[in-house]
Ligand binder design. Structure first.
Ligand code: ITT
Length: 214
């Protein structure tokens, strides 16, 4: 069984609907590296989560990219949702004539074993550099940091194109009410409908294919 390491119950709900194998949540807020690309954040997260859990894990790092706002909020989506809220993100996007956007998810798998890891470019920096001393696990030694860098991680990416609209719908979580795909917001879809086309569904599909052969 794979543990899905996340603080977000919405992600677990979707993964449970989607994957055949059982998915258990491990509610652990792994230290997130500040980086411009989701893959780097996810790869670091998977290693930290594996080190915490000691068993096979997946993490999912997702972000909303608004084209007219130069990709904002991107990797800072979580912070922006918390501080600004989705209504204010809509107010920002509303000023633009181009409302196109995309949602991206990177699912990262790590089990401490060896397998063919996702090729570069991922995670080429020293892991210790990205965490302030206070954030670093006190048990993390330089040797541990070096060992972590050797841990293979496999990445699965999913992207859904869409546009930003005034909030509609009661379902889902996060930015779902303002992200429209093919005429419906994510929040207007059932979990099954969202999974069939969403960034997370697409990433989980790739993960499920690969994992079934593992
Ligand atoms: P974990 O990192 O603990 O998994 P999180 O909610 O912080 O949980 P992310 O950093 O991946 O997860 O999410 C970035 C933001 O995007 C956050 O505000 C989420 O609520 C939001 N988000 C992620 N997936 C979403 C989805 O499918 N629909 C709507 N919002 C989503």
């Amino acid at each position: 069984m794979v543990k899905f390491v996340t603080t977000n119950p919405g992600k677990i709900h979707e993964a449970r609907e989607y994957l055949d194998s059982p998915v258990e949540q491990l509610d652990f807020d792994y230290p997130e590296r500040q980086a411009e690309d989701l893959a780097t954040v996810a790869a670091h997260g998977a290693r930290a989560a594996y080190r915490h859990a000691g068993e096979p894990v997946i993490v999912d790092d997702s972000g909303l990219t608004i084209d007219a706002l130069d990709g904002f909020p991107g990797p800072y989506s979580s912070y922006v949702e918390e501080k600004l809220g989705i209504e204010r993100v809509w107010q920002l996007a509303k000023e633009e004539s181009n409302r196109s956007a995309s949602f991206r998810a990177v699912v990262a798998y790590c089990d401490g074993g060896s397998f063919e890891a996702t090729p570069e470019p991922v995670d080429t920096d020293r892991r210790g550099d990205d965490l302030g001393t206070s954030e670093r696990d006190s048990a993390t030694t330089d040797q541990q940091v070096a060992e972590d860098e050797q841990l293979p991680v496999r990445l699965f990416e999913g992207v859904a194109p869409g546009k930003i609209v005034a909030p509609r719908g009661d379902g889902g979580f996060g930015f779902d009410p303002i992200f429209e795909f093919d005429g419906q917001t994510y929040a207007e879809m059932s979990t099954e409908e969202k999974n069939a086309i969403s960034h997370r569904g697409r990433a989980l599909a790739k993960f499920a294919d690969w994992y079934a052969q593992r």
